[in-house]
Design a protein around this ligand. Structure first.
Ligand code: BGP
Length: 464
C-alpha cells in the first residue's frame, strides 16, 4: 500500500559534517595543528590509503560553491564545526583573524542561501598544544575549552542560533583512551572515564557561559551517538548485560546532558571496580543547573549483546567488554563496507525512549547514513546511482515519521553527509555524500540521492 509520509512544518532537512572532515587547508592561514594533523604526520600508514585530513574535501577554498550546492539539493540547515585550532591556533591565547573571516563568511553565505547554520564546537580535533598538557585529562583544558566556546558565542552568536557543545563526546574518551583507535591511542579504562567526566564538566561550563551570553533565540545542545541496546534473550543474564552496555554507551552522557545528573547505577558500578574519576565538589551543582536545550541523535546501528560466554582474564586490562559479549543476531542485515548492522526500527526505539524516559526533550536526527566502498561501481552516465542510499534514508524516515505520529519531539533529519568527506581512520574508503567528490580534481557531482533529497525537502516528505 502506498502511503504519504509528511513531516511537521518547518522540519529541518539537511546534513552534517565537521571542520576536520571537510575543510582541509590544515596548514594554511595560520591554522594551528590538531591532534589529527599531528598524528597523520607521524603515522600516515594508519589512515586508509595513507590519506589524511590535510586537503580533505577542500571546503576551506570551495565553501561558496558548496553552499550553493547544498541549497540546490534542498538543505534548509547544515551542521558543521568550528576548528578550535584554526580559530585559536594554540588552543588558548591569540585568535586567528583569518579564521574569524573564514567562519563569518561561511556562516553569512549559508544564511544568504536560506540554510540555517548548526554550529558544533568540538568534533574530536583537540588542538595539539592542549594535548601536550594532557588533553581532556587536564582541567586546564576544560577551562581553555570554555574560553574557546565563549569566544565563538561572542564572534558568531549574532548569526548562529543553534549551538552544540560536542559531537559524540564519548568518542574521544573511548576511541582515544580505551580502544586505542584515535590519538593518543591509549588503552586505559580509568583514564577514559576521567576524559569522559571532564568533558561532561566542560559541557556544563560552556552551557553556563552560553546562558550568560544570552544569544537571542539561541539554543544549545549536544550531539550523542546513541544505540538501542538489545539483549540476545530475556534471560536475566542477557538483560543485565544489555543494561550495563546501555550504562556505558548511552546513559554515560545522556543522563548528565538531559537530566543533569550522572546515572547512579553507573557510578555504583564504577565504584565497585575502583574506576571513579577525580571530581570537584562544585561539579554536581554545575551539571544539574546546565542541561542541554536540544539533543542531536546520531544513529547508525544498534548494539546487540549477550551475557559473557567466558569469565574475563582477571589479569587483563579492565574493559567494558568484561561485562557483556557482542551478539551477532542470525540474519542481521549488514552494511558490509562499514561492518555496521542496518536496523531501521532502532531509530524509532531510541526516539520513543527519549520520549518516555528523557522528558520528550526536543531532538533531531543529527546523523544517519550509509558509507559505501568503491562507489564508482554505481556510476552511470556520469552520476552515481545510489538507490541503496535512497532506500536507506526512506526506511529510516518511515520510523522517524511513526515516532512523530506517536508524539516524539523530533524537529529534523540530517544525513551524514553532504558531500563525500574524510573519515577518521577510514579516510575516503566509504563514501557517504549526497554529492560525490573526485579526489584528484575535487570535482563535485550530485548523486541520484542528492536529487531525491531535494524533492524530499521540497515536499516535506515522500510517498512510498
Ligand atoms: C560518526 C561521526 C562522524 C562520521 C560518521 C561516519 O560517528 O560523528 O564524524 O565520521 O560517524 O563514520 P565513519 O566515518 O567512521 O564511517
Amino acid at each position: 500500500m502506498v502511503k504519504e509520509y509528511k513531516f511537521p512544518e518547518g522540519f529541518w532537512w539537511g546534513s552534517a559534517s565537521s571542520a576536520p572532515q571537510m575543510e582541509g587547508a590544515s596548514k594554511e592561514d595560520g591554522k594551528g595543528m590538531s591532534i589529527y594533523d599531528y598524528w597523520y604526520e607521524k603515522e600516515p600508514e594508519r589512515f586508509f590509503n595513507g590519506i589524511g585530513p590535510d586537503i580533505a574535501s577542500d571546503f576551506y577554498h570551495r565553501y561558496k560553491e558548496d553552499i550553493k550546492l547544498m541549497k540546490e539539493i534542498g538543505h534548509n540547515s547544515f551542521r558543521t564545526s568550528i576548528s578550535w585550532s584554526r580559530l585559536i591556533p594554540n588552543g588558548i591565547g591569540q585568535i586567528n583573524n583569518k579564521a574569524v573571516d573564514f567562519y563569518r563568511d561561511m556562516i553569512n553565505e549559508m544564511i544568504a542561501n536560506g540554510i540555517e547554520p548548526f554550529m558544533n564546537l568540538f568534533h574530536f580535533d583537540m588542538p595539539l598544544e592542549l594535548q601536550k598538557i594532557g588533553g581532556w585529562e587536564n582541567r586546564e583544558v576544560v577551562d581553555a575549552y570554555v574560553n574557546y566556546a565563549k569566544t565563538c558565542f561572542e564572534l558568531f552568536g549574532d548569526k548562529v542560533k543553534m549551538w552544540f557543545t560536542f559531537n559524540e563526546p564519548i568518542a574521544p574518551a573511548i576511541e582515544g583512551y580505551l580502544y586505542g583507535a584515535h590519538y593518543p591511542n591509549i588503552v586505559d579504562f580509568r583514564r577514559a572515564i576521567q576524559v569522559a567526566y571532564n568533558t561532561i564538566v566542560a559541557q556544563a561550563k560552556a552551557i553556563k557561559v552560553f546562558k550568560e551570553h544570552q544569544i537571542k533565540n539561541g539554543k544549545i545542545g549536544v550531539i550523542l551517538n546513541l544505540y538501542p541496546v538489545y539483549p540476545r534473550s530475556n534471560h536475566p543474564a542477557d538483560v543485565k548485560a544489555a543494561q550495563i552496555a546501555d550504562l556505558f554507551f548511552n546513559r554515560s552522557f545522556l543522563d548528565p546532558s538531559v537530566k543533569g545528573e550522572l546515572s547512579l547505577e553507573l557510578v555504583d558500578l564504577l565504584r565497585e571496580y575502583n574506576l571513579l574519576p577525580y571530581t570537584k565538589e562544585e561539579d554536581k551543582e554545575l551539571i544539574k543547573n546546565n542541561k542541554v536545550d536540544i539533543l542531536g541523535v546520531n544513529y547508525y546501528q544498534p548494539k546487540r549483546v549477550k551475557a559473557k560466554e567466558y569469565l574475563p582474564n582477571p589479569y587483563s586490562p579492565i574493559m567494558p567488554e568484561w561485562f557483556f559479549d557482542y551478539y551477532e543476531m542470525p540474519g542481521r542485515r549488514m552494511n558490509i563496507s562499514r561492518g555496521w548492522e542496518i536496523y531501521e526500527k532502532g531509530i524509532y526505539d531510541l526516539l520513543k525512549r527519549l520520549k518516555d524516559e528523557y522528558g520528550n526533550i526536543t531532538c533531531f536526527i543529527s546523523e544517519n547514513g550509509m558509507g559505501v566502498q568503491d562507489e564508482e561501481r554505481f556510476l552511470q552516465n556520469g552520476i552515481i546511482e545510489d538507490d541503496y542510499r535512497i532506500e536507506f534514508i526512506k526506511e529510516h524516515l518511515k520510523w522517524v515519521h511513526k515516532a512523530i505520529e506517536e508524539g516524539c519531539n523530533v524537529k529534523g533529519y540530517h544525513l551524514w553527509t553532504f558531500m563525500d568527506n574524510w573519515s577518521f581512520l577510514n579516510a575516503y574508503k566509504n563514501r557517504y555524500g549526497l554529492v560525490s567528490v573526485d579526489l584528484k580534481t575535487q570535482k563535485r557531482t550530485i548523486k541520484k540521492s542528492g536529487y531525491w533529497y531535494k524533492e524530499l525537502s521540497e515536499n516535506n516528505g515522500f510517498v512510498d
